[in-house]
Design a protein around this ligand. Structure first.
Ligand code: F6P
Length: 329
């Protein structure tokens, strides 16, 4: 079998160990793996792992040392061309030209939406792998990259807490997450933060001010609030302005963590998840599966049809919000 692999959308720490796992699992079975650079755009432009001294097929040895590498050796992109019928036709022509039998796209919601389009138009098999720091996908408990992004955010918060404590002030820290507040909420719990604002729950400035006044009365002199970038107020800067105007009892500063969260060496749990999913995806192709995303739910490897994955975003649970509220008081 000739398997194409690509990374699309925002990069996530763990994509590289996933590529390594795919290449090694495929090698075990005598398959060839062809890397496609720059995601779906590379599929359209014919970037089939060629370049200076790089063989067309990714060899077993070419992926050595990838477990600890952040980013993706295949590069990634958000392709608007692939959203058009013309772009998709070009991509399919290239897949046929290179005699690819199956494709494994690694990425988030947009990547899997692209994978679904491809499944409908192309005769080859497609098995997707969830790779995004947002952890916003249905069909898996965790996405590749989430744990590393949370580790990065928590390390930053631990440092900010020192300064918040020294100066009796409040930090409003913005983390990534356009549609899902899981990164914000789990970071807030792990970082011992007091308040969180997530896209799933409408933000009430009055309610936050009431909580801040309550914390002040309890004797808390410093504070850390986490805001997901997709919060309805618009992010941390907007939050600071709104709280200032509404009479926040704390002096406040904003820190936007941004793309820092997407980089860095993947933590062990991301490396392990990436390895499991990569091997499972190759296995699924050999079982004749297609049109599905590989995931892990409650310790079991599962396949979920693309349609059921992209229909919605994962939502934060009320239980986790309550957990934060209990320990923050
Ligand atoms: O999808 C991953 C993600 O990091 C989101 O959390 C964020 O909203 C987005 O990508 C940022 O995308 P870009 O790098 O294209 O600005």
């Amino acid at each position: 079998m000739k398997i194409g692999v690509l990374c699309s959308g925002g990069d996530a720490p763990g994509m590289n160990p996933c590529i390594r796992a795919i290449v090694r699992a495929a090698g075990e079975r005598g398959d060839e793996v062809v890397g496609i650079r720059h995601g779906y755009q590379g599929l359209i432009d014919g970037e089939f792992w060629q370049g200076d001294n790089i063989p067309k097929e990714i060899s077993i040895r070419a992926v050595s040392g990838l477990t600890s590498k952040g980013g993706t050796i295949l590069n990634s992109s958000r392709s608007t061309d692939f959203m058009t019928a013309e772009g998709q036709a070009k991509a399919i022509a290239n897949l046929e030209k290179h005699k690819i039998d199956a494709l494994i796209p690694i990425g988030g919601n947009g990547t899997l939406t692209g994978a679904l389009s491809l499944t409908k138009l192309w005769n080859g098999q497609v098995i997707g792998i969830p790779g995004t720091i947002d952890n916003d996908l249905l069909g898996t408990d965790y996405t590749i990259g989430f744990m590393t992004a949370m580790q990065t955010a928590v390390e930053a918060i631990d440092k900010l807490r020192d300064t918040a404590g020294s100066h009796d002030m409040m930090f409003i820290v913005e983390v990534m997450g356009r549609h899902c507040g899981d990164l914000a909420l789990q970071t807030a719990i792990a970082g011992g933060c007091e308040i969180v604002a997530v896209p799933e729950i409408p933000t009430s400035v009055d309610q936050i001010i009431a909580s801040l006044n309550h914390f002040k009365k309890l004797g808390k002199r410093s504070m850390i609030m986490i805001v997901a970038e997709g919060d309805d107020l618009g992010g941390a800067v907007e939050m600071l302005n709104a709280l200032k105007n509404a009479g926040s009892p704390y002096e406040m500063r904003v820190v936007v963590l941004g793309h820092v969260q997407r980089g860095g060496s993947p933590v062990p749990s991301d490396r392990i998840l990436a390895t499991k999913l990569g091997c499972f995806a190759v296995d699924a192709l050999h079982q004749g599966e297609t049109g599905k995303m590989a995931g892990e739910i409650a310790g079991k490897m599962v396949l979920t049809p693309f349609e059921d994955v992209i229909v919605d975003h994962r939502q934060v649970t009320p239980e986790m919000i309550e957990l934060l509220q209990i320990v923050a008081s």
